[in-house]
Design a protein around this ligand. Structure first.
Ligand code: F6R
Length: 484
């Protein structure tokens, strides 16, 4: 039973969203059993993003909800009906007739439960997604519920009504009964994903998956399911001792999004020419500069590539003005090294190294970005050499990809995924270098690479590992992170 531990609920939910997308890609008319509560909120947001991006469709899918409070009017703000429409169904392309949520006010309880159970059995659940109560409940199968239970009316325990009181204006309002599918109903699903986040789930996760199954911990029955994936964050996994845990991406490629970036660090970016930072890493730099101090160390003046009609000094001035405009967009601080090697050939003069070393001593960075090892562009290769000669050891070194030096297969170990709006900022930063984009459309090149990477990396990982990468955003920048 794979137990996957993600750094945080966001990445955990991405993994779940990928599994759901895969299930629907394989079977467009799949039947899903779905939970409510705080746990699936990020997941539902990610699914709606996938649908909006055209990566996923629920047009033929059917959904069944695990449970609903009893005697709460359907339109009540806290009914599961309201929750599901607000967080998911209103935002995706599902047909209303394919949505099934137990009624909160059935006339004949027993007959209704049987009817709901029959409907589910007839559909056959392909994938059940579950949250987990602090007392071990799944759906509203409270401790003591028989492992053979099917859809029934459950009396909620005090611990459950207490936990759910946070959603109601007063504890007196919290319903004491619910209609829920049973443990046997859940176990008949072909595949199950259980999600649990936060320190308050750590104890019950340990009991449910490291101790023998018991009706006192209803979720422990899941140990007997042959296709279950448990997806946790660090906090809910904290008490597991006996189980082999997996990171969310088995390939060793770390996925960064705007949610899990370094914070509070001093970062230097060695940009060979004034525009390389934006072309290669504009999206990541823009995101990093929000919570870090980011210095853009521009190694050369780049005057050779500016419009040739003007004098050298004018061309330098033009490129540095453009670099300042770019830095404003990205939120970075530009520093111009004006290295001599750019004009003097293949040697790295001592004066260049001293200047770079003195600067690094002053900044004392925690993270440095440098051109990647196999970037064949001579100025990029020299800039890497210069940076490595100047950087202190024991820092995190992020080698970046450039249009001249795309990473080969498995030559990168981290990807940063980003949205269309961050792509717009990246493009604006690249276009600040008008002297360059009027010569060569580097904005188009950067846009194409980022999108191409999103598509092909998904394909590579999928075919090699049978696992979709977690990225849900349309663009990627690639990095090789090592210790220096
Ligand atoms: C709700 C459900 C419950 C919840 C559980 C955790 O449909 O089936 O089992 O999954 O109570 O709730 P949260 O996610 O709010 O911690």
């Amino acid at each position: 039973m794979p137990i996957i531990v993600a750094p945080d609920p966001e990445i955990a939910s991405r993994h779940a969203a990928s599994l759901i997308r895969r299930a629907i890609a394989q079977k467009p008319n799949a039947s899903l059993l779905l939970p409510t509560g705080s746990t699936p909120e990020i997941l539902y947001k990610l699914l709606t993003d996938k649908v909006a991006g055209g990566y996923l469709t629920f047009a033929h899918a059917q959904t069944y909800n695990l449970d609903e409070y009893l005697d709460l009017p359907q339109q009540h703000a806290q009914s599961y009906y309201t929750f599901m429409w607000k967080h998911l169904f209103d935002k995706i392309d599902i047909k209303k007739s394919n949505v099934h949520i137990p009624s909160s006010q059935p006339k004949n309880h027993q007959a209704y439960c049987q009817k709901y159970e029959k409907k589910i059995q007839k559909a056959g659940i392909d994938l059940a997604v579950l949250g987990l109560g602090q007392n071990g409940h799944i759906g509203f199968n409270e401790p003591g519920t028989s492992f053979d239970s099917t859809t029934h009316i459950a009396n909620l325990t005090t611990s459950t009504t207490k936990a759910n009181a946070r959603f109601f204006s007063s504890s007196a309002e919290v319903p004491h009964q619910a209609i829920t599918v049973g443990l046997a109903t859940i176990m008949r699903a072909k595949k199950i994903i259980l999600l649990a986040f936060g320190a308050n789930k750590a104890g019950v996760i340990q009991k449910a998956f490291e101790e023998p199954p018991t009706t006192e911990v209803p979720a422990s029955i899941l140990q007997n399911h042959k296709d279950i994936t448990v997806i946790l964050d660090q906090e809910s996994a904290a008490r597991l001792r006996k189980t082999k845990l997996y990171p969310p991406v088995l390939s060793g490629i770390k996925l960064y999004s705007r949610f899990n970036l370094p914070r509070g660090k001093k970062i230097v970016f060695f940009s060979p020419h004034p525009d390389d930072a934006s072309i290669c890493s504009g999206a990541l730099l823009k995101s990093l500069s929000k919570n870090n101090k980011v210095y853009e160390i521009i190694a050369t003046t780049g005057h050779r590539a500016a419009n040739h009609g003007r004098g050298k000094q004018q061309r330098i001035k033009l490129r540095e003005t453009e670099a300042r405009q770019e830095a404003k967009i990205l939120g970075t601080k530009p520093i111009f090294l004006r290295s001599k090697f750019y004009d003097n050939g293949d040697e790295l003069p001592e004066t260049d190294m001293k200047k770079a070393r003195d600067l690094m001593k002053k900044i004392n960075p925690d993270i440095a970005f440098v051109p990647n090892k196999s970037d064949p562009h001579p100025t990029h290769a020299m800039t890497r050499k210069l940076a490595l000669a100047a950087l202190p050891h024991d820092i995190s070194l992020w080698s970046f990809e450039s249009p001249w030096g795309p990473f080969g297969h498995h030559r990168f170990n981290a990807v940063f995924e980003f949205s269309n709006s961050l792509m717009s900022a990246k493009l604006a930063a690249i276009r600040a270098h008008a002297s360059q984009t009027e010569r060569t459309p580097f904005d188009e090149a950067a846009h194409s690479i980022a999108h191409f990477r999103r598509i092909t990396i998904a394909e590579q990982l999928f075919s090699e590992l049978g696992q979709e990468p977690l990225a849900t955003q349309p663009h990627l920048e690639l990095y090789q992170i090592t210790k220096w």
